[in-house]
Ligand binder design. Structure first.
Ligand SMILES: Nc1ncnc2c1ncn2[C@@H]1O[C@H](COP(=O)(O)OP(=O)(O)OP(=O)(O)O)[C@@H](O)[C@H]1O
Length: 291
């Protein structure tokens, strides 16, 4: 378990991370969301001892990261995928890393296979694409099969297939009891990967909760053969109706069943009926605008 409490970072007179607290539980994938400069990387760097905190604590299994006997075996990090020697091959890079954290060399070929880099393992990293470097960074994080993964913008440089692959990897890790924290500023990228959202704006946590709770149900979208008649029937039943540009009607706060019942009672044919959720972007901007 990871417990972050009152974590704060000041650079000069500027507070870039301000009293941040959260707990990460095993078996969950938490998305750390915020716009550029919100303080995600700084928080993750303080959690892993790369940047000293001005105040507050980040404990991994009850101890600061730097005091763990073999931190790499407990927390796999992806914090700067470009911090690699471009002249080395991917395989040599991982072999050196494995030796440093006491992992048998045979594990290198396993993680190369896991991240889909077996074919490029003997090529120099300088010739890798951004996505391949990201995969190499992920391979390094997985070497010791650590229970906790802390990934900063892991989707950077990955194509849609790569993003799907990463989603499966992280969900699989959590399903085996692992703990995952991943950051992103592109919200759609993580919406289907994470169980929980931790939203940060201007250094402060502005929302923390299950995805379903934060996104919530917003109402019903409906199309009818006669939209004007359906509008009249819904308004007569006390619902408010918003008109979309393409004949789509949105009924805020209504269940699809209630909208269908009004249409049936009025003898109106529907051509489409579905629940609509607030987009993650809407929630995000609403929350961070208030911060
Ligand atoms: N070494 C530093 N010295 C001074 N200011 C810094 C330093 N590192 C980060 N900052 C500032 O702290 C703020 C938070 O940066 P951080 O990189 O943590 O944000 P982020 O949410 O990860 O953003 P991004 O998505 O752009 O990576 C930014 O305004 C940044 O300019």
């Amino acid at each position: 378990m990871i417990e972050v409490s009152g974590l704060t970072k000041q650079y000069g007179s500027r507070t870039v991370v301000d009293d941040v607290s959260f707990v990460l539980e095993p078996g969950t994938v938490t998305g750390f969301l915020g716009p550029n400069g919100a303080g995600k990387s700084t928080t993750m760097r303080m959690m892993t001892g790369l940047v000293p905190a001005t105040s507050g604590t980040a404990l991994v299994d009850g101890r600061p990261y730097a005091e763990l006997p073999n931190p790499g075996a407990v927390v796999g990090t992806l914090l700067d995928a470009s911090a690699v020697h471009p002249g080395r091959t991917g395989r040599v890079h991982l072999q050196l890393l494995a030796a440093a954290i006491g992992v048998p060399g045979a594990r290198v070929d396993e993680v190369l296979e896991t991240v889909g880099l077996s074919g490029a393992a003997r090529r120099r990293i300088g010739g890798y694409s951004l996505g391949m470097r990201q995969r190499l960074g992920i391979a390094g994080a997985l070497l010791a099969d650590p229970p906790v993964l802390v990934f900063d913008e892991p989707a950077n440089g990955l194509d849609p297939e790569g993003i799907r692959w990463m989603r499966d990897l992280l969900r699989g890790h959590a399903a085996r009891g692992g703990t995952v924290l991943l950051s992103s500023h592109l919200l759609g990228e993580v919406e289907h990967t994470v169980d929980r959202l931790l939203v940060i704006g201007a250094g402060r946590i502005v929302a923390d909760g299950p995805v379903a709770e934060l996104l919530g149900d917003e109402g019903t979208a409906v199309r009818a053969a006669d939209p004007a008649a359906l509008t009249r029937a819904l308004e007569a039943a006390g619902f408010s109706v918003q008109h979309g540009p393409d004949g789509r009607l949105t009924v805020p706060g209504a269940e699809p069943g209630a909208v269908g019942a009004v249409a049936a009672a009025a003898g109106l044919a529907l051509t489409d009926l579905r629940p609509v959720s607030r987009g993650i972007e809407d929630v995000f901007f609403q929350l961070t605008a208030a911060s």
